[in-house]
Design a protein around this ligand. Structure first.
Ligand code: SF4
Length: 212
């Protein structure tokens, strides 16, 4: 049995795992939530919250020979990350994170990035490699395996570094004003048509330059 209450690193200095997903989706959305503290509900956020209600209660149980832990707090002192895993399956001592999502599989990798952040935290906490996890799509009842490749790990840590700089500098990127805005809960607060100046610097490069 492992310790569920180890000492957490100072959360104020860490990047929330949810911010990795937000930034991966749209850097401006991440800034509105994590810098400007704006949050608004829409169909997608409500469904997302519903998806988590069934797992968002801290407890441990056994299933099919595995120990199952829900709503497990996780962190990485090394990479300055913290958050919560929906579900962690312990298979012979190796943690296997499972993230619940309400929708279908997305074309982009923002969900994978968030899950990979969880795996990076679990590796530091359990001192083992976490080679893969899974995303469970509630509407289709499909579970798909996500392999934490070196490419996905590098992308996740790059995003974490950019988010850290963005929050530290209280920077808010310009609107992307594209198809992503259609499903965005912050559309009303963001006003992408009004705030899109057409001037779109390479935001990722800018954040990395500010970091140095
Ligand atoms: S409305 Fe568009 S630009 Fe604004 S935060 Fe959402 S996705 Fe980003």
């Amino acid at each position: 049995m492992f310790d569920l209450q180890p000492s957490l690193s100072d959360a104020s200095e860490t990047v929330p795992l949810s911010a990795l997903q937000h930034y991966s989706y749209c850097p401006r959305q991440c800034a509105l939530i994590h810098v400007e503290q704006v949050f608004d509900e829409n169909e997608f956020t409500l469904k997302g919250r519903w998806a988590h209600t069934r797992v968002d209660e801290e407890h441990v149980r056994s299933e099919a020979g595995h120990q199952i832990v829900t709503a497990l707090p996780v962190w990485s002192d090394r990479h300055g990350l913290s958050g919560k895993c929906d579900v962690v399956e312990l298979r012979d001592g190796t943690p296997h994170p499972v993230e619940f999502k309400h929708g279908e599989r997305k074309a982009h990798r923002w969900d994978e990035v968030q899950l990979c952040g969880q795996a990076i935290c679990l590796e530091e906490m359990f001192h083992v490699m976490v080679p893969e996890g899974a995303i469970y799509h509630i509407s289709s009842r499909r579970r798909r395996t996500v392999v934490f490749t070196s490419e996905l790990r590098a992308e996740t840590l790059r995003i974490a570094a950019e988010v850290r700089v963005m929050i530290a500098k209280s920077a808010v990127p310009p609107a992307v004003n594209d198809a992503r805005c259609n499903g965005c809960s912050l559309r009303r607060a963001c006003m992408p048509e009004a705030t899109d100046t057409g001037n779109r610097p390479d935001w990722h490069e800018l954040m990395l330059r500010m970091e140095g």
